[in-house]
Design a protein around this ligand. Structure first.
Ligand code: HOZ
Length: 425
C-alpha cells in the first residue's frame, strides 16, 4: 500500500491540487493529507494503518457512525438488483413519502445529487415562483459552489482566504446581495434598497461553514418576518443541520417554518444525495409539473436512495439517538469550554447539539467578520497536534466538528484529555 505522501505525489499530477474537493488538501494546516483506507464506527484508518478518532464524519453524513451495519446491509442487498435505471422506481416514492410524512414543512421534495445542486435548484425555483431575480445570502455562509453562491462564501472559499471565485460572471454575482449574519438591519437595508426585487433569503439556520455560528435570539424569526413583509421566500439551507440538530433539523429545533429547505449529507447516508423541498404550491412549479427546469441522470439513484432511507429511518424510528447526540455534544463541547477556561486559552467555542467549533480568537464569534479574526496558524498547530495524537479534525478553522452516535463517552473523554494536553503546551 503506497503512503499518503506517495499517493499525493501521484494525485497532483492527475487531479487539480491532488484532491476532488479543496479543503481535504490540508493546505491551510500545512500537511500532506492523510489518504483514508477504511472506516468503522467513530474511527477512520489511513493508508499507513494509523487509526484516528474521526470528527469529520465525511463532513456530516456519517451521523450513525462509519460503516453502520443497517445502512451497509441495505446497500449491499440493493446492489443485487442493479445500480441505476434512469427510470422512476418505487423506492423514490417511498423515500419522498417518508420525508413528507415525517418533516412537517416539507409537502413535496425533489431528489438531486449534492447540496450544491439542491441550493442551485431551490434558488431557481424561488426566482421562477416569485418572478424576481435577486437573492440575499449571508457572508460566511456556504451554499455549495454554484456561481451565484460563491460570493463571500464560507467553507473552502473562506479557508483559502479569498472573497469568492474566479470564473463567476459579474452579471451573476450582481443579483446576489450579501448581508451580515445575525444582523437583521443589514437584511432590512437590502430589502429597502431592492424593493420588489428579492426572490429569496437563503440562510444556514445554524452557520457551520465559517466554523459553527449560532443564530442570535430573534434572528431567524426576524428573517421570517422580513420575508413575509417583502414577499420573498425564506430558504433554510439545512445541508448540515438537516436531520442532525433534530430530525426536523434547525426548523424543528428553533420552531421556524421556511418556505423551502435544502438537504444533503445525512439524507444520503454516505452516498451522493441532495434534495430540496417545501411548500407544495412552490414545488409544484418544478418541471415537468411546472415551468422551472431541473434534471439529473442519477437523481433518485436506487442505491443512494437505499442508503438515505435506511439512515433516515434509523434516525426517525430511534429518537433516543438525538438524546445521545445532545448528551455527547454537551459532554465534549462543554468539556472543551471548561478546558479553555482552565488554561486561559485565547480561544472561544461555539456549539449546538452534535456540532461545534473551537475558534482561535478570544472574542465572541457571531458572524463572518468575527470568525475571520481567528488565528489560523494557531488552529493549524492545534490540528497537527490532534492528528499526531490520533484525532481527525476538519483541516480548516472554518469548518465544524461532527459527533456521531458511535462516539461513546470514553472516546469523548480521550478527546478532552488530548485537548487538555495540547493546551498545557
Ligand atoms: N463542503 C465541505 C465542507 N463544508 C468541504 C469538503 C472538502 O473540500 O473536502
Amino acid at each position: 500500500m503506497p503512503t499518503s505522501a506517495e499517493l499525493m505525489e501521484r494525485a497532483v499530477k492527475v487531479i487539480p491540487g491532488g484532491v476532488n474537493s479543496p479543503v481535504r488538501a490540508f493546505q491551510s494546516v500545512g500537511l500532506t493529507p492523510r489518504f483514508i483506507d477504511h472506516a468503522d464506527g467513530p474511527y477512520v484508518w489511513d493508508v499507513e494503518g494509523n487509526r484516528y478518532l474521526d470528527y469529520v464524519g465525511s463532513w456530516g453524513p456519517m451521523i450513525l457512525g462509519h460503516n453502520d451495519p443497517v445502512v451497509r446491509e441495505a446497500v449491499q442487498k440493493a446492489c443485487e438488483k442493479g445500480l441505476s435505471f434512469g427510470a422512476a422506481t418505487e423506492l423514490e416514492v417511498i423515500i419522498a413519502e417518508f420525508i413528507c410524512e415525517t418533516v412537517p414543512h416539507v409537502e413535496m421534495v425533489r431528489m438531486v445529487n449534492s447540496g450544491t445542486e439542491a441550493v442551485m435548484s431551490a434558488l431557481r425555483l424561488a426566482r421562477g415562483f416569485t418572478g424576481r431575480d435577486k437573492v440575499i445570502k449571508f457572508a460566511g455562509n456556504y451554499h455549495g459552489h454554484s456561481d451565484c453562491m460563491l460570493v463571500e462564501a464560507g467553507s473552502g472559499v473562506m479557508t483559502a482566504g479569498v472573497p469568492g471565485s474566479a470564473g463567476v460572471p459579474a452579471g451573476c454575482a450582481q443579483d446576489t446581495l450579501t448581508a451580515a449574519y445575525n444582523d437583521l438591519n443589514s437584511v432590512r437595508a437590502l430589502f429597502e434598497g431592492n424593493p420588489g426585487q428579492v426572490a429569496a433569503v437563503i440562510v444556514e439556520p445554524v452557520a457551520a461553514n465559517m466554523g459553527v455560528v449560532l443564530p442570535a435570539p430573534g434572528f431567524l424569526e426576524g428573517l421570517r418576518a422580513l420575508c413575509d413583509e417583502n414577499g420573498a421566500l425564506l430558504v433554510f439551507d439545512e445541508v448540515i443541520c438537516g436531520f442532525r440538530l433534530a430530525y426536523g433539523g434547525a426548523a424543528e429545533r428553533f420552531g421556524i417554518t421556511p418556505d423551502l429547505v435544502t438537504y444533503g449529507k445525512i439524507i444520503g447516508g454516505g452516498m451522493p444525495v441532495g434534495a430540496f423541498g417545501g411548500r407544495a404550491d412552490i414545488m409544484g412549479q418544478m418541471a415537468p409539473a411546472g415551468p422551472v427546469y431541473q434534471a439529473g441522470t442519477l437523481s433518485g439513484n436506487p442505491i443512494a436512495m437505499t442508503a438515505g432511507l435506511a439512515q433516515l429511518r434509523a434516525l426517525h424510528d430511534q429518537p433516543e439517538r438525538y438524546e445521545r447526540l445532545e448528551a455527547a455534544g454537551a459532554r465534549l463541547f462543554g468539556g472543551i469550554a471548561a478546558l479553555l477556561e482552565k488554561h486561559g486559552a485565547p480561544c472561544t467555542i461555539n456549539h449546538v447539539g452534535s456540532i461545534g467549533s473551537v475558534f482561535f480568537t478570544p472574542d465572541a464569534v457571531t458572524d463572518y467578520a468575527s470568525a475571520k479574526k481567528s488565528d489560523t496558524d494557531a488552529f493549524a498547530r492545534y490540528f497537527r497536534y490532534m492528528l499526531e495524537h490520533g484525532f481527525s479534525l476538519a483541516p480548516s478553522q472554518f469548518e465544524a466538528m461532527f459527533i456521531s452516535c458511535a462516539h461513546d463517552d470514553a472516546a469523548l473523554d480521550e478527546t478532552l484529555s488530548a485537548i487538555d494536553a495540547f493546551l498545557q503546551g
